[in-house]
Design a binder for this molecule. Sequence first.
Ligand code: HEC
Ligand code: HEC
Ligand code: HEC
Length: 147
Amino acid sequence: MVFQSPGASTCMNCPSTVLKDDARLAIVRNSAATGKPIAWVQVHITPDYVYFNHSVHVARGISCVECHGRVDQMDEVYHAKPFSMSFCLDCHRDPAAHIRPPSKVTDLGWQWSTNSERNEELQMQNGTKFVHDWKVQKLEDCSACHR
Ligand code: HEC
Ligand code: HEC
Ligand code: HEC
């Protein structure tokens, strides 16, 4: 599916000062100069019969990286995760394994510890505590995602 982006002049508020001559932003500069909108290809999309909402996830400490991967390390955004029903359900069944402090949701490389074993331990301890304290539900009912 191809979308029209917001006016590139909006974006130019930033690249006119940041990465001024960077080739990767030429597409934005050209669009601002010619007034021709950028065709924005939406990469991540779920079918119409699936209900999805970002804010609830982000507010519950589910990081962008869980669903979109290391977008900060991609030259061009691709599907890091399948967005299949089982992908959604795997986490809904066991949110403790995925929850982090909400202040860290956009910090894509963030970990509890650089030691992977210790990281897993801390994830289970703290994730379980978050699930308990915030009363996070295991949303497995069909009606959660198909309304
Ligand atoms: C629980 C999974 C999940 C999390 C966490 C999540 N997203 Fe998404 N994101 C999705 C899904 C699913 C879609 C597709 C929605 C649709 O069908 O319209 C999407 C779509 C998008 C899009 C639309 C553009 C495109 O082409 O892909 C952007 C941008 C985006 N997300 C950014 C973010 C950012 C930034 C964060 C973190 C603050 C984030 N998302 C966290 C699942 C997630
Ligand atoms: C990495 C973990 C994770 C993934 C992946 C994930 N979710 Fe969630 N989702 C959650 C958590 C945590 C909540 C919050 C539960 C609560 O508030 O008690 C939630 C809540 C929701 C809600 C409830 C929203 C509301 O307003 O009531 C919907 C709908 C939902 N998710 C749909 C999806 C769909 C569709 C996908 C797959 C594209 C998905 N989720 C993938 C963790 C995840
Ligand atoms: C956590 C969110 C979530 C829950 C809960 C959920 N689904 Fe889904 N479901 C999805 C997503 C996402 C897709 C789309 C998968 C895709 O695009 O490949 C989907 C697709 C489907 C499809 C279409 C399958 C296909 O192959 O075309 C059916 C049927 C379905 N779900 C039925 C159910 C039933 C029945 C339940 C309850 C037992 C349920 N779903 C619970 C997220 C969910």
